[in-house]
Design a protein around this ligand. Sequence first.
Ligand code: IMP
Ligand code: MG
Length: 372
Amino acid sequence: MDSMIKLHDLQFVPFIAENEIQTAIDSVADRLNKDLSDKNPLFIGVLNGAFMFVSEVVKRFKFDCEVSFIKLASYQGTETTNQVNKLIGLDRDISGRTVVVLEDIVDTGNTITALSEVFKDQGCEDVKIATLFFKPEAYTKKIKIDYFGIEIPNKFIVGYGLDYNGLGRNLTDVYQLKSSYNMTNLVLFGPPGAGKGTQAEVLKQKYDLVHISTGDVFRYNIKNATELGTLAKSYIDKGQLVPDEVTINMLNAEVDKNPQAQGFIFDGFPRTEAQAASLQELLTSKGSEVSAMVALEVDDEVLVQRLLERGKTSGRPDDADEGVIRNRIKVYYDETAILKNYYQKQHKYFGVDGVGGIDEITDRLSAVIDEL
Ligand code: IMP
Ligand code: MG
């Protein structure tokens, strides 16, 4: 199991190999043999997902037992619907019995909680829960999971009975959703005059990315007097720096506004290592990550000449004075050095020669992006 697979529209990557699953089932079965040898337990498998697990558990149970199946559904796609549907298939008297519910996976716990209530209502002596996989981070219920094979993080998985919209149940290894599927998240840097704005616009079109310029996000939130904008303004009005937390919350809202995005170009953020760490955290929470820091590199003398040239027509006062220009370039390098170092450690820093024609520079940037 060394390669990625595709089911419907989604990609999945190898996660748990069959031999690891077998070992986990051995251990569940050992405990069941120990605890229930004289109980003639009724194993009730929850269809469809549990069929493989039931078969493996029952093969290993060495004493009298019975096997039955029930069916219900609480899932659609990769999201729980928080709703347990009707129970079908319970065709025998279970009063006085020791019932072992066999589940493929316990996620929120809605299913097992509802089932165990039904079984207790019907006069079971004891209801035990045994599940192959358990997601403790997603679990919201109180009832005890008596036996579980493998704890997994809150990720969507397929294989070994588990499906994504019907597919994947036949896989004998388990795969997890490749969550950063197709996301290209760039942190774009370039000294003043390097043509960063122009390139951001081109890359945005070419790779279908959403360009998030922190300056624009601030202006938008302040102008529209959003809660965060008002908060940010209260700092700005006092001449204080807007705390990172406020900025990151704005970026978070911006990212959430574009759930279908192929990725983002971050422009103007992060500026410090702490901000870079916050950005990483934000993207991790979306199942993604920063793909690369891409920095346009242009020789200082070229920049100075370009900006002085621009100053003649733009009328921007900060483009007119050579001293001011040199200082802006210096500030840029002071800030960038920190982040260059931060992303270099993660092998995510890419410097790109920013001298040349627009198309030429786009080609150089594309060469980096296409390799990510
Ligand atoms: P719960 O009711 O939220 O605990 O979810 C239990 C049911 O949801 C399982 O029996 C599965 O059918 C389905 N399920 C939960 N997590 C996954 C998953 O990662 N992959 C496939 N199905 C899942
Ligand atoms: Mg199930």
